[in-house]
Design a protein around this ligand. Structure first.
Ligand SMILES: O=C(O)[C@@H](CO)OP(=O)(O)O
Ligand SMILES: [Mn+2]
Ligand SMILES: [Mn+2]
Length: 558
């Protein structure tokens, strides 16, 4: 163990469960459990495979927690998300996550004593401090109150000129809420100006169209942001950010607002990034900041023409990729997610195959392995990425690549080359985020079909399956009051919920290879995603390390 400075990755044999079974680990993205009504797309959709698993309750089907403290988030009101969900699934322990670590560092003021802040503050005297990130209180990638504290703290510590580059949300929060967030920020900046700090919003755009792409799905998204934030160029120019967002919302929702820059009376951008400036990307979550971090930090970079590469002092709110050490400077140390189940399993002879399509590929690899890119051992692992559709919203293609993922998993299972075949099936989540109920129903059906393909293959080889999800989304598509009734807006329209939820998620085990007597324990009623890793290790024939959250299963003598 780590105490001796030397980690032993040898796992003990499970006293009752055999090794050598082929195991499918299926993660349905955005698939929670909620009351069956017309806004529950999983209920409305035909999902015979997932329905049949439910019949195994309570021994082989149950619910587990996927939000709040169970996944290391600050409060029980925090909905789950893919990063914390897959971290917990893969690491088998609950780590205080980025959101919480940033809260603590801001509350104690330690954020200002760290190397990262000292580094950027060297630019305060002569340069501008630029803050780039998601503007909402969603708590998935960033939080407004953290931005507010950072603005205050940085200005008190000498930042004289500050520019904020906002990315509007509408995905973790209600569509349309961007206007209010920009107004709040404008008020804060006005207060700073009263104190003599030259603080303004400089540019903006919707998160899904500007900057926050992930896993290199579409570099144009990042380029659009670069042009606005760094070069000060965008198709839309406004004098005022509230006006910009209101106007651009006439033709797009918050997630997809086109890029805009704020200009002065001479039509000149008020905040391009230039030599000598400091830049902080304020998101704590990694996946959708990595691409921008590369553009800001790498000297050799050929993903798009940056035109001008300013000499800046750049820090991330966190370090986003532990393996790439990206970015090299950061304000808050990320959670140290070590000794993940993936790392243990390769050391114990378990050959692993992982697959999803681009938009979720890093979830079953990077997040699963504790925010670490690459293989632990390329001889033992194969990760396959199926290219996602680019440049569309997924309600247009709600089936996404579910069947292709199913096929790849099936082939990997049948090949006999792997002991664990792990997939993420994205549909419930990606289509759920569009708020399109009809399309989300189609999405859920497609996800169910993909699960069937995988379970059929497991049946054929005498293997074991474990099917679960990372957090809720498609099971509830409307905002509700405390008693669960759908809420209407001022115009009497339903308030569509594009975000994740706080609902629990299902977990099911089965397959011909599952030893008789294996069943879910009844004494882990509060089990959550972090309990899954020990469970999977048991199914591979091993006992999990002592400090892992306990297994969900037991073997009854019969
Ligand atoms: O799309 C994303 O970035 C988040 C929502 O903000 O979803 P998920 O956690 O499922 O990846
Ligand atoms: Mn997810
Ligand atoms: Mn999501």
């Amino acid at each position: 163990m780590a105490s001796s400075g030397q980690v032993s990755f040898k796992l003990e044999d499970h006293p009752k469960l055999p090794k050598g079974k082929r195991i499918a680990v299926v993660v349905l993205d955005g698939w929670g459990e909620y009351k069956p009504d017309q806004y529950n797309c999983i209920h409305v959709a035909q999902t015979p495979t997932m329905d049949s698993l439910k019949q195994g309750a309570p021994d082989r089907w149950r619910l587990i927690r996927a939000h709040g403290n169970a996944v290391g988030l600050p409060t029980e009101d925090d909905m789950g998300n893919s990063e914390v969900g897959h971290n917990a699934l893969g690491a088998g322990r609950i780590f205080a996550q980025g959101a919480k670590l940033v809260d603590l560092a801001l509350a104690s003021g330690k954020i200002y004593d760290g190397e990262g802040f000292k580094y950027i503050s060297e630019s305060f005297e002569k340069g501008t401090l630029h803050l780039i990130g998601l503007l909402s209180d969603g708590g998935v990638h960033s939080r407004l109150d953290q931005l507010q504290l950072l603005l205050k703290g940085a200005s008190e510590r000498g930042a004289k000129r500050i520019r904020v580059h906002v990315l509007t949300d509408g995905r973790d929060v209600l569509d349309g809420s961007s206007v209010g967030f920009v107004e709040t920020l404008e008020n804060d900046l006005a207060k700073l100006r009263e104190k003599g700090v030259d603080a303004r919003i400089a540019s903006g755009g919707g998160r899904m169209y500007v900057t926050m792409d992930r896993y290199e799905n579409d570099w144009d998204v990042v380029k659009r942001g670069w042009d606005a934030q760094v070069l000060g160029e965008a198709p839309h120019k406004f004098k005022n950010a509230v006006e910009a967002v209101k106007k651009l919302r006439e033709n797009a929702n918050d997630q997809y607002l086109p890029p805009f820059v704020i200009v002065d009376d001479n039509n000149k951008a008020v905040g391009p990034i230039v030599d000598g400036d400091a830049v902080v990307t304020i998101n704590f979550r990694a996946d959708r900041m990595v691409m921008l971090a590369k553009a800001l930090e790498y000297q050799d970079f050929n993903k798009f023409d940056r035109v001008r590469v300013p000499k800046i002092r750049y820090a991330g709110m966190l370090q986003y990729d532990g393996e790439l050490k990206l970015p090299s400077r950061y304000l808050v140390s990320p959670p140290e997610i070590d000794r993940t189940s993936g790392e243990y399993l390769v050391h114990n002879g378990v050959r692993t195959f992982a697959c999803s399509e681009t938009v979720k590929f890093g979830h079953v690899t990077f997040f699963w392995n504790g925010n670490r890119s690459g293989y632990f051992n390329p001889q033992m692992e194969e990760y396959v990425e199926i290219p996602s559709d680019v440049g569309i919203t997924f309600n247009v293609q709600p089936k996404m690549k579910a069947l292709e993922i199913g096929e790849k998993a099936r082939d990997a299972i049948l090949s006999g080359k792997f002991d664990q075949v792990r997939v993420n099936i994205p549909n419930g989540d990606m289509v759920g985020h569009t708020g399109d109920i009809e399309a989300t129903v189609v999405a859920c059906k497609a996800a169910d079909e993909a699960v069937k393909m995988i379970l059929d293959a497991i049946e054929q080889v005498g293997g074991i399956y474990i099917v679960t999800a990372d957090h809720g989304n498609a099971e509830d598509m409307v905002k509700r009051n405390k008693s669960g009734e759908p809420l209407l807006d001022k115009n009497g329209d339903l308030q569509i919920l594009t975000s994740h939820t706080c609902q629990p998620v299902p977990i099911a085990i089965g397959g011909p290879g599952l030893a008789p007597g294996v069943r879910f324990r009844s004494d882990v009623p509060n089990g959550g995603l972090a309990n899954v890793a020990a469970t999977v290790m048991n199914l591979h024939g091993f006992v999990a390390p002592n400090d892992y959250e306990t297994t969900l299963i037991e073997v009854a003598d019969n």
